[in-house]
Design a protein around this ligand. Structure first.
Ligand SMILES: Nc1ncnc2c1ncn2[C@@H]1O[C@H](COP(=O)(O)OP(=O)(O)O)[C@@H](O)[C@H]1O
Ligand SMILES: [Mg+2]
Length: 237
């Protein structure tokens, strides 16, 4: 079974006088271990789709099966629980706690998971090592560069060992050299077996993924392998 199965998903935002049809019948399956880029112009529904995938919101209609669980049937408490277990989320604006060092930022999701203080500390340490920030554990966000802040956010997303890593425009606030470093980190995480779905509107960023899904007006208009996957699979390379 696919890790993610979306069937005929609609999302309508009810703005009182106006209804915004953000997703209009999306079908999408993602297998464990895939590396997918979601592309599309501003307003095409990318963030809406990511919020549904990440169980931050529920669809207006349609079915979403995440790792065998029918998400559309869950209440808010159950949604929070599945989110904590299955999903690691990375945002464009990092969303770290200010005046809180890297170690404590990364530990946060583990508090809800009910781990002991020592275990939390150890897991957070390992996650920070994994993203190359072993020497920055006691730095606060304002003492880190943009790329380092995003690495802390990625460590926080990974610390619960989620089934899937979701990133909405993770390089949107970074310069191109730093973006490339962050994408190399995503490449490594994919290589290590993580399922990665990221949103971008930049073609070079999308080319890191192995599969590219394009949205337009809340519908999937194309779904294809990137040249990256073709190169990997080619015996000549
Ligand atoms: N919370 C919301 N309430 C009302 N409308 C929204 C909300 N979030 C997004 N929208 C609208 O839904 C459409 C899709 O938005 P979004 O998913 O953010 O697109 P993208 O991430 O591709 O730019 C847009 O028309 C946007 O204005
Ligand atoms: Mg968006």
């Amino acid at each position: 079974m696919a890790l993610i199965e979306l069937r005929d998903i609609y999302k309508v935002y009810d703005m009182g006088a106006e209804k915004v049809h953000a997703l209009n019948g999306v079908d999408l399956s993602v297998q464990r271990g895939e590396y997918v880029a979601i592309m599309g112009s501003s307003g095409s529904g990318k963030s809406t789709l990511m919020n549904l995938l990440g169980c931050l919101d529920t669809p207006s209609s349609g079915s979403y099966i995440l790792n065998g669980t029918a998400v559309q049937e869950l209440d808010d408490t159950q949604l929070a629980a599945i989110r904590n277990k299955e999903i690691g989320f990375v945002f464009q604006t990092f969303n770290l706690l200010a005046r809180t060092d890297a170690l404590h930022n990364v530990e946060l999701p583990l508090i809800y998971a009910g781990l002991s203080r020592a275990e939390r500390r150890e897991r957070a340490r390992q996650a920070l090592e994994k993203v190359g920030l072993g020497s920055r554990m006691t730095h606060q966000p304002n003492e880190l560069s943009g790329g380092q802040r995003q690495r802390v956010a990625i460590a926080r997303a990974l610390v619960n060992q989620p089934s899937i890593l979701l990133a909405d425009e993770p390089t949107g606030n970074l310069d191109s050299a730093t973006s490339e470093e962050i994408m190399q980190l995503f490449d490594e995480l994919h290589q290590a077996g993580n399922t990665v779905v990221l949103v971008t509107h930049e073609p070079d960023i999308a080319e890191h993924a192995w599969r590219k899904v394009t949205l337009r007006d809340g519908k999937v208009t194309s779904d294809q392998a990137t040249s990256r996957r073709d190169r990997r699979r080619s015996p000549a390379s």
